[in-house]
Write a protein that binds this ligand. Structure first.
Ligand SMILES: [Zn+2]
Length: 269
């Protein structure tokens, strides 16, 4: 009888320990996913690390630096619409001087494959450490880092408009064919990934269609279409109920109410 009791106790202990580990894991993930949630009482310092993978057009780099200031202003303007006085972000740009030695890690195609995701995160951490060293920002204090991996624009058609923003993490990667005409779109995607880091979700369906009303810059606009601006997490500007176009300039960038709620700019039901 004592033996059976002991065995029962052990099984119960094993089950409870498993549950405890599960709860701790969940709590840790939850904490991790929230710890960059800002209370917006201070300006977040954001690094944009330009990683030119080939010889990059000098004009594009100059334009990128100038337009990054405009992006900062645009996001401050958007936040002000929600009654906030603070400048949300201060961007600084660093460049890897001699191009990239190591290729960008490739995200696993199946996000439910835990081992592949772990391997990818490990590779990404190693890659970003190395890039930080080469760009000279390893000791630079910052709240988040966006890596802009820029190919020269000659290989058109390789544009990927979705980067990798680790939701709740601290880094995002955007890979893009960059020439002067692509600078604003590149920065739009940088901001998109930054907002993923801050906890915002995509506002488009898997096929790319904008979610209505969450993906509309101004869901109260009358008439509703064409929308005058592009919602940041929808990536596109809705021109009709089933059609949308890429934004052309940073000035078209809008943070809609759904996204504003997710990042804590709009505290309302
Ligand atoms: Zn996204």
């Amino acid at each position: 009888v004592d033996d059976r009791k002991r065995r029962f106790f052990r099984i119960r202990l094993a089950v409870l320990s498993t549950i405890l580990v599960g709860v701790l894991l969940y709590a840790w993930r939850d904490w991790r996913s929230r710890h960059l949630r800002s209370d917006w009482r201070r300006t977040l310092r954001i690094a944009v690390v330009l990683v030119p993978s080939e010889s990059l057009d000098e004009g594009a780099v100059t334009a990128l630096k100038a337009r990054t200031r405009d992006l900062e202003n645009q996001l401050a303007h958007e936040m002000a619409r929600y009654g906030r006085e603070i400048r949300p972000f201060s961007f600084f740009i660093a460049t890897v001087p001699n191009g990239l030695a190591a290729p960008t890690p490739v995200a696993p195609s199946d996000p439910s494959d835990l081992l592949a995701v772990l391997e990818y995160n490990w590779a990404l951490a190693k890659w970003s450490d190395r890039v930080d060293d080469e760009a000279g920002v390893a000791d630079e204090p910052r709240d988040a880092t966006l890596y802009l991996v820029a190919h020269d624009g000659a290989r058109a058609g390789m544009l990927s408009v979705e980067g990798t923003g680790q939701q709740g993490g601290r880094i995002g990667v955007v890979e893009i064919d960059l020439d002067e005409s692509m600078v604003d779109i590149a920065l739009f995607v940088v901001a998109h990934e930054l907002f993923h880091i801050l906890g915002a979700s995509d506002k488009y369906a898997p096929g790319g269609a904008i979610l209505v009303p969450e993906g509309l810059a101004d869901p109260a606009q009358d008439p509703l279409y064409p929308q005058r601006r592009a919602e940041l997490m929808a990536r596109h500007r809705a021109i009709s109920q089933d059609d949308s176009v890429l934004p052309e300039t940073i000035e078209e960038l809008a943070v809609g109410p759904a996204t504003a709620r997710e990042v804590g700019w709009l505290v309302a039901p």
